[in-house]
Design a protein around this ligand. Structure first.
Ligand SMILES: [Zn+2]
Ligand SMILES: [Zn+2]
Length: 52
């Protein structure tokens, strides 16, 4: 399955980080390196939690 960045919805290649939502810890947040370096915010699709 193809992973997409939670912030920008772009497909991620080999450079990305993945972590569980710090609020609900159910949904996995995927961030590409671009969004990570530019510190774009993400939003959990499950609980609507927003983080930096
Ligand atoms: Zn991104
Ligand atoms: Zn969540």
């Amino acid at each position: 399955m193809v992973k997409t960045c939670t912030s920008c919805n772009m497909q991620v290649g080999s450079d990305f980080i993945e972590f569980k939502c710090p609020n609900c810890s159910k949904h996995k947040i995927v961030r590409c390196m671009h969004c990570r370096t530019t510190a774009r915010s993400y939003k959990c699709p499950d609980c609507q939690f927003m983080g930096p």
